[in-house]
Write a protein that binds this ligand. Structure first.
Ligand SMILES: Nc1ncnc2c1ncn2[C@@H]1O[C@H](COP(=O)(O)OP(=O)(O)OP(=O)(O)O)[C@@H](O)[C@H]1O
Length: 458
């Protein structure tokens, strides 16, 4: 700690007292030394006199130096001390950020109690600033996007323009578009362009949460709230506090859960399952769906009031076939990415550019990225064989349903991978190629489902 007082007798007396309790007690008779001491040493607490100039009794110097210290290092705790104090000065000192105020002449026990409290306060401040730095670091790591959100078509330029404008506000945003058009990338882009970019971006696939865990997933739970609740759990809404929450596949949310969600969105308050106190949350809401929600409202599958709440701004991502101008840009971007990943140097020949532009890309950019990845992996030369990859391709097979014989388990293999592949195929077939529904019926997230489709080349 550091003691700053222009009276050498006071410096000696306080140092003698505090030396018995604290390892390092520095002293100086002028506040002009403070900056240098702080640059050279780690100081937790400063005991600071308020008047230094001859005849000064207002305490203004103390306030001036207090402000300078906190500006230099906000984690330092300052205790002010003066012989000319009254209650008003004490109140003003605390308001200005001092941790306590001591009147001279001091009582030793009182001074010791105040310094002990100051050290404990300093420890809390340091812990808090460490946690804040850790959280910011974690957010940066989580917010880091693997892919850029690209597009040069007029349609995508309009999308970028809307994102830029909407990101500056706290408006609720609904992103619509077919699967693979980049809704999640768009949600990320909104978050990163907003003032919340240093805070958390928390995403949640609404289609894949089981009914029983819905509230716990969103709002958290208290230990013992239900059989499996072994510990308190923080829900996604609370994790997203001060940041953005991205609710993907909102169209898949069952109607009874829509009411629960609406109520949380209206009040911006949540109560963990098994808890009694509600928690205020400050979140930017971004939702996405590949369903036509207006039609879902007409068919009674989606609440109109929820739709009105979430779609203050709507961003529609056009399918890739409607923005042919983007295809080559994206193909080259992913070619570079996968060349780097697989240590290849393959390129696209001009005839293949035409093939890329004429294909209808039912799986949109996700399919394009997969086609490029496979082409890079499979090509024997330095030229990607887009044509044969498209012919034997991914996306058509995604919607090409397996034949009956595919899912018949004629042999008696119990190899897990074979069984998993058959089951995934059977689920796809049952749900007529709808990946989201198939994933849900298998208890998988869509991400996990896509990984399996990729793994088994389905
Ligand atoms: N404009 C784009 N620029 C670069 N990559 C893109 C773009 N749009 C989509 N992608 C890529 O396509 C893949 C699918 O994107 P994303 O998951 O954002 O789509 P989605 O619309 O959310 O799909 P789904 O509805 O199936 O969840 C990702 O790998 C993403 O990086």
């Amino acid at each position: 700690m550091l003691i700053v007082d222009d009276n050498p007798d006071i410096l000696i007396a306080v140092k003698l007292l505090l030396k018995q309790h604290y390892q390092t007690v520095l002293t100086t008779n002028t506040p002009f030394d403070i900056e240098q001491v702080l640059n050279e040493q780690k100081i937790d607490v400063i005991l600071l006199d308020m008047n230094f100039n001859h005849d000064a009794i207002s305490g203004q110097e103390g306030f001036y130096w207090l402000k300078k210290i906190l500006a230099q290092d906000p984690s330092i705790v300052v205790v002010l001390m003066t012989a000319y104090g009254d209650i008003q000065i004490a109140v003003d000192a605390i308001k200005a950020g001092a941790s306590d105020f001591i009147a001279k002449p001091w009582k030793n026990e009182q001074l010791l109690a105040s310094i002990t409290a100051a050290f404990s306060h300093a420890k809390d401040k340091q812990q808090l600033s460490k946690l804040t730095r850790q959280t910011q670091g974690l957010n940066q790591a989580l917010n880091g996007q693997q892919f850029e959100f690209l597009g040069k078509s007029v349609a995508m330029q309009q999308v970028f323009d809307t994102i830029e404008k909407a990101a500056q506000t706290d408006a609720n945003i609904l992103i619509t578009g077919e699967s693979g058009t980049g809704k999640e990338l768009a949600a990320h882009a909104i978050h990163l362009a907003s003032e919340r970019s240093q805070q958390a971006f928390i995403s949640l696939d609404m289609g894949s949460i089981s009914q029983s865990l819905f509230e716990s997933e969103l709002f958290g739970h208290k230990k013992g709230a239900f059989t499996d609740a072994k510990n308190d759990r923080v829900g996604r809404f609370e994790l997203a506090h001060n940041g953005s929450i991205f609710l993907d596949e909102l169209g898949n949310l069952p109607i009874n859960q829509q009411a629960t969600l609406l109520s949380a969105l209206q009040s911006r308050q949540i109560t963990p399952v098994g808890g009694s106190k509600s928690i205020k949350v400050n979140i930017r809401l971004i939702c996405a769906t590949n369903e036509n929600l207006t039609q879902a409202v007409q068919e009674g599958r989606f609440r109109q009031d929820l739709l009105y709440r979430i779609n203050t701004v709507e961003i529609r991502l056009p399918p890739l076939r409607d923005r042919v101008d983007d295809i080559l840009l994206l193909a080259e971007y992913y070619l570079e990415h996968f060349n780097h990943k697989y240590k290849r140097t393959v390129s696209i020949v001009p005839e293949d550019v035409q093939v890329l532009c004429q294909y209808s890309w039912p799986g949109n950019v996700r399919e394009l990225a997969h086609v490029i990845e496979r082409s890079v992996i499979l090509s024997n030369t330095n030229i990607v064989d887009i044509r044969s990859v498209i012919n034997a391709n991914t996306a058509p097979t995604l919607i090409q349903l397996p034949t009956d014989t595919d899912s018949n388990n004629d042999d008696d293999t119990f190899n897990l991978e074979v069984v998993e592949q058959r089951t995934v195929r059977a689920a796809l077939k049952y749900h007529q190629g709808n990946v989201t529904k198939a994933a849900k019926s298998l208890g998988l997230t869509r991400g996990a489902m896509y990984r399996r489709l990729d793994k088994y080349d389905l």
